[in-house]
Design a protein around this ligand. Structure first.
Ligand code: FAD
Length: 516
């Protein structure tokens, strides 16, 4: 309950401190910890909380080296802890180095900034403060030398060495090193512009710039749209052989291609496939809904709205559209309360024999295939389906901007099998649907929230290592969607994202390969 009442929740990538966990989180931790002591009633804390959350999302990849926590000192049960840590004012942010002892009070940040970039730099400075124990999972952050690089491949089995050339004031090299800390097969090191021999050997003229260095002494410049942190990270995470730590190596395609029970279907990961959309419909209408033998009240309204939106905006084949339309008119006539799933299912299977109407049986995942059977598939199909529907409503001019999103929200809330996904999604919808006032803003809302989910679950066990969660689309897919602010921070060019989504999910670009 205290966590609920505070300014943060478990999905903010922030450890919620309590009497129960404070000992294990702050004492002898292998990662350094940044901790905010706040009071939920304090105005400064309330206005700082979005910045702290943004920082947590921004450096979530750094967790094994430096993690973030928060505690609400206004909650009765936390007063003792906040007193022990000698908290005098709110918010207080403290740094605890790795392996802190039980009597460590941490080092408070004084007059700390409210700018995510500056906070990030401040954390790096703390990590590097001389004499403090180094978190074991933290890679070296100090500049490397030509001699060290020359020996690198003798002492390492890593295939990719990325060198970021920069001046000593720049934090980019250290940030990217930390951003890639949870990835295998890549080492990132910073090289200072004063390392003259190496600079002239590689012909480096721009600082920062990034070079890939190979075991045979060859090197090449990493090509990015902007020489800033985010673009280096996007590019480096996608190098061949780079995978999240602890995930299997990249021999999977051959294995999968040889699997007999379900053949691997080659696909283009920057396209949308009708086979995925039909598979999602099959699973939704014949499997997920089947769990409710009687559909009534709010759930029935949700089902009606869902089918109505599908019958209007699903860009399906004529037979599928005929089926959805017949389903929709049948549902509209069921105005007297509960319907049985059985009766609904008969309509889905077209036992009424409406001419030329059918939804193909079974699933046939293509763009939503996973490297293992428990990865991707249906949830991937659901996202794709709803992006297509918001885009389609925008392209053909739907009547109500929130129509598709409300239908999605209520479908997810009432039926989506992943209950914690449904709860998270409901929270996002509750917080933010007001901003949706036009059809394009509905398209953008779903894109933005989907990226929020991607950010939150990147690296989780549910992530397919071969389809890492990224802030989508990558600069490769849509260069113009990405831009940088004056201070080098990444930002989205939303005016370009809308047309990109409009085209990516448009009915005319959906591929029909692998359909029956
Ligand atoms: P997905 O995230 O399913 O995306 C499918 C495809 O959409 C991608 O391959 C890409 O081509 C495209 N795409 C990616 N990002 C965007 C974007 N921002 N805008 C438009 N298109 C994009 N899993 C959890 O573990 N925890 C959760 O809380 C959770 N909540 C979920 C809530 C909903 C409503 C849904 C539908 C799913 C949720 N999931 C959750 C599942 C998770 O989001 C993924 O769907 C699943 O892990 C499969 O991931 P994927 O790699 O196939 O990509």
């Amino acid at each position: 309950p205290a966590a609920e009442a505070g300014l943060y929740t478990a999905s903010d990538q922030i450890v919620l401190l309590s009497e129960q966990n404070v000992g294990s989180v702050l004492v002898n931790s292998s990662a350094a910890m940044v901790v905010e002591f706040y009071a939920s009633w304090c105005g400064h804390c309330i206005s700082f909380s979005p910045i702290y959350k943004k920082l947590a999302r921004d450096i979530k990849e750094w967790k094994p080296a430096v993690n973030m926590a928060a505690i609400d000192c206004a909650a009765d049960e936390n007063v003792k802890i906040c007193t022990e840590y000698k908290i005098r004012g709110y918010p207080t942010v403290k740094f605890f180095h790795a392996n802190s002892s039980a009597n460590s009070l941490g080092t408070p940040y004084r007059g700390f900034s409210r700018d995510v970039r500056e906070l990030r730099h401040m954390i790096i400075d703390s990590l590097e403060s001389p004499g403090d124990p180094w978190p074991p999972a933290c890679p070296p952050l100090e500049p490397t030398s030509e001699a060290e690089i020359n020996n690198f491949f003798e002492t390492n089995t890593v295939q990719n060495l990325a060198l970021i050339f920069e001046n000593d004031k720049s934090y980019i090299g250290r940030e990217v090193t930390l951003d890639l800390l949870q990835f295998e097969n890549i080492t990132v090191r910073r090289v200072l512009d004063t390392e003259e021999h190496l600079v002239s050997k590689l012909g480096v003229t721009e600082f920062p710039s990034c070079y890939l260095y190979y075991p045979d002494g060859q090197f090449e410049r990493l090509v990015v749209k902007f020489e800033v942190r985010t673009f280096y990270v996007y590019a480096l995470q996608r190098l061949p052989g780079v995978v999240r730590s602890g995930k299997p190596p990249s021999v999977f395609t051959e294995l999968l291609k040889n699997r007999t029970e379900e053949p691997w279907r080659d696909f283009n990961s920057s396209r949308v496939y009708m086979a995925d959309l039909e598979s999602a419909l099959h699973h939704s209408l014949r499997v997920e809904l089947a769990f409710q033998s009687v559909i009534n009240g709010q759930a029935l309204t949700a089902l009606k709205d869902y089918i109505s939106v599908l019958s209007k905006y699903f860009p399906g084949r004529p037979v599928v559209m005929n089926l959805l339309k017949s389903l929709n008119s049948w549902l509209r006539n069921q105005n007297k309360g509960p319907i049985s799933y059985k009766a609904f299912r008969e309509r889905v299977d077209n036992t009424a024999q409406v001419p030329d109407a059918a939804l193909p049986e079974g699933v046939r995942w293509v763009g939503c295939q996973g490297s293992q059977p428990h990865f991707r598939r249906y949830p991937c199909g659901v996202w794709t389906l709803f992006h297509v529907l918001t885009v389609q409503a925008n392209n053909i001019g739907g009547s109500e901007p929130k129509e598709v999103l409300n239908a999605m929200r209520n479908y997810i809330h009432n039926f989506f099998g992943c209950r914690y996904c449904a709860d998270h999604f409901e929270n996002m919808a509750r917080e933010g649907l007001d901003v949706v006032t036009t059809l394009p803003s509905a398209v953008l809302w779903l894109w933005y929230r989907h990226n929020r989910v991607n950010n939150r679950i990147a690296g989780d066990l549910s992530e397919d290592p071969f389809f890492p969660k990224i802030q989508w689309p990558s600069p490769e897919m849509c260069p113009s969607c990405h831009t940088v602010k004056n201070n080098g921070e990444h930002s989205w060019n939303e005016a370009q994202v809308i047309p990109f989504l409009g085209s990516h999910f448009s009915s005319s670009r959906i591929l029909t390969d692998y359909l029956e």
